[in-house]
Design a protein around this ligand. Sequence first.
Ligand code: AMP
Length: 389
Amino acid sequence: MINIALFGPPGAGKGTQSSFLIEKYDLFYISTGDLLRKELAEETKLGLEAKSIIAAGKLVSDEIIVQILEKTIKENPQASGFLFDGFPRTYIQAYILEGLMIKLDSSLNCLISIEVPEDVSVARLLNRGLTSGRLDDNELVIRSRLKEYEEKTLPVLNYYKEKGNYVSIDGNKEIEEVTTQIEEIINKELNKKLMNVVIFGYPGCGRGSQGVELSKRYGLEYISTGRMLEEEIEQGTDLGKRITEIYENGELVPDEIVVPLILQKIKNSKTVKGFIFKGFPRTLVQSYILDGILKKHNSSICKIIDIQVSTLELISRLSERSKTSHCKPYDSSTEKIVRRLKDHENKTIPVLDKYKEIHDVAIVNGEAPFEIVFERMAFEIEKGFKNLR
Ligand code: AMP
């Protein structure tokens, strides 16, 4: 989900630019001015309350603004991102926007301020007034709207400057040039969004080999906790020695060891487009940990894929593997394999059930040649990328 606010004085071109942006980025458009004019045209209670204030070029009350925003957002739960025009218009409304975003479990990516000199604003609005039919597009009211803007709306910029998600552009240019400037900013924001994928499936379903290849195709970092623990052992680090001891005692590696390894890996992966997690989260506790880790990076899980393979096929694949150099200690007999599959079921299925309640878990049939399963997974990841936008 990407959320953008267009900011600027009346006549800056917010409405004009919005019409291009909503289509290109599939954003849901919220213009508080348009919403108010609709209420006015329908002569609703809210519209009647706002009428004289709008006609005088003053700002309507925050109560009215919150009511129309709540209504619009509630009526459009499928929106994959919002473009705000004419909101927030006061310092207080900046806080209101934060609250709305929390409710949507999202945040405002950036506020783009379209800057134009006052005489340009006035000339554009007078020109628009010739055809708009708007009761506030006449010189007297235009001056009042600009005064409101100077006094009440401009201070909003400080809020976003302090937050660090404010960008300004030159609006005194041809329409196409202004659009290009805005698109560059939005594209940059989109590139900042991380695509985080969690791959589920029983041991032997192909999670690891598919995960590695998918991470290469999509510029994602592959995070396999099992692999990271093995690396520590192979490198003979102090941690590796501790992990060996834990393995030898038949115990589970505690989260206190696994989590710092994940954090380090994420810290070292500054330029990636996202992460593919394999083997983590393995327990309900770890599912909460992963949510927390991603939240800290202003991110979340975007795609969950469950690779499904029948138990018979899994046993056959793992037995085959045990005859190769990839043999894992727990694959060495059918009895051990069955125990491991059962153990996996007990721990991981509750995690998957939890995710099914809050995410759309994609089921991929893993019983096909590698390339075919790969394309099935790639299809799901590309869908995830689209939803990011
Ligand atoms: P606009 O179409 O954005 O120029 O808005 C037209 C008029 O609607 C403004 O002059 C205000 O009276 C009112 N209005 C629009 N948005 C807001 C807002 N966020 N807060 C207060 N008043 C608003």
